[in-house]
Ligand binder design. Structure first.
Ligand SMILES: *Cc1c(COP(=O)(O)O)cnc(C)c1O
Length: 398
């Protein structure tokens, strides 16, 4: 049986360039970047180059990049930092949205317990927030706006530049969780008015367990731990050099090939959306079609459970997701789909197909062929679907 991996929003397969950078590092560059001898300095050089490569991809300065253990740590760090800076000035209000990743949402919930007030902007039915909403929510006490660049479940891309502009004008820090966007959408932190940005290696064909925080020069960044002088005394501990080098190699490649990949992946995405929606009744696409990640397809199918759908698709070799990997396994429907205003019943039947440049047109065609069959089979066994059909015939709707 063939395997069709379409869960790239959960994680990606590593690219050969990243694997090579890592193994080169593991076999050759074993020094500690803090050591003064030449073996240590070789490691320091690799570390510097990786930081430079990542900075270049964001149009940031090399001194504005801090390595972390991943997107989650970068999100926690950025938000906690802004909250601590805010506290010092008696500013304890934060603006965010209801459909952030849990790394952001749960950090905010914790801050609420510690006395912060958080405004969660309402998300439109097609998955967007506006700069006007941000502007209207700003108060004298606001110390941070944190809004994700692109949503990990429904793929909608927010008007980051315009939101950043509002924050600049009001002198409020703006952080964006860009974990789904970096390497997939062209990002320029200066042009897009971004103060802090989180990224993660394994979402663009790099290794897991490594990420970075971009923090604009001039913003005071407080340390998260005590220890050595690494990462400018702010994030101590011997650097994970192979992971950092692998992440940088992957990002360099992703940015160099961004336009080409984006056009190709979007064509697969559109093929699947246009191949499924007209064929499967009571199917909907979650999230608007215009400002959307190239690789994201998110459906809801009425009358079935996303979990069963995934298991049946897996039997066909298709590896998708029902929402974010972090919520799979819990019985609650995704907070993202609920934030769009979808009823629980519909939100339960969700399927996320997330593509990369490693997917082929044949795979897209295979999904278009198999997915409707699986949906029909599950609906044949579903009492909920039976009820929907009964209501439909009673109401005389076709
Ligand atoms: C994957 C993801 C994260 C978490 O990144 P990790 O490196 O896995 O900790 C955060 N935010 C978004 C939007 C993500 O997709």
């Amino acid at each position: 049986m063939k395997t069709v991996y379409v869960d790239n929003a959960a994680t990606t397969a590593m690219c050969p360039e990243a694997i090579k950078a890592m193994t080169d590092c593991m076999s050759g560059v074993y020094g500690n970047a803090s050591s003064l001898h030449h073996i240590g300095q070789e490691a320091a050089e690799v570390l510097f180059q990786a930081r430079q490569d990542i900075a270049d991809c964001l149009n940031a300065d090399v001194n504005e990049i801090y390595f972390t253990s991943g997107g989650t740590e970068a999100d926690n760090w950025a938000i906690r930092n802004a909250a601590r800076l805010g506290s010092k000035k008696n500013k304890n209000h934060i603006i965010s949205t209801a459909f952030e990743h849990h790394a952001v949402l749960h950090t905010l919930k914790k801050l609420e317990k510690e006395g912060f007030e958080v405004t969660y902007l309402e998300v439109s039915a097609d998955g967007y927030v506006t700069p006007e909403q941000v502007e209207n929510a700003i108060k004298a006490e606001t110390c941070l706006v944190t809004i994700m660049y692109a949503n990990n479940e429904i793929g909608t891309v927010q008007p980051v530049k315009e939101i950043g502009q509002v924050c600049r004008e009001k002198g409020i820090l703006f952080h964006t969780d860009a974990v789904q966007a970096v390497g997939h959408i062209a990002i320029d932190v200066n042009e897009q008015n971004i103060d802090m940005l989180s990224l993660s290696g394994h979402k663009f064909h790099g290794p897991k367990g490594v990420g970075a925080l971009y923090c604009k020069k001039g913003i005071s960044l407080l340390g998260i731990m005590q220890g050595g002088a690494q990462e400018k005394n702010k994030r101590p501990g011997t650097e994970n050099l192979p992971a950092v080098a692998g992440m940088a190699a992957a990002l360099k490649k992703a940015c160099a090939e961004l336009d080409k990949n984006s056009a190709y992946i979007s064509s697969l995405r559109d093929k699947i959306i246009d191949g499924i929606l007209p064929v499967v009744p009571r199917a909907r696409l979650n999230g608007g079609r215009d400002a959307r990640l190239p690789g994201n397809v998110s459906f809801c199918f009425e009358g079935i459970e996303g979990e069963s759908l995934l298991l049946y698709l897996d039997l066909k070799g298709i590896c998708g997701s029902s929402g974010s990997a972090c919520t799979s396994g819990s019985l609650d429907p995704s907070h993202v789909l609920l934030a769009l205003g979808l009823p629980h019943e519909i939100a339960h039947g969700s399927l996320r197909i997330s593509l990369s440049e490693y997917n082929t047109m044949e795979e897209a065609e295979y999904i278009i062929e198999e997915l409707p069959k699986v949906v029909n089979r599950l609906r044949d066994m579903s009492p909920v679907w039976e009820r929907i059909m009964k209501e439909e015939s009673e109401n005389g709707i076709q």
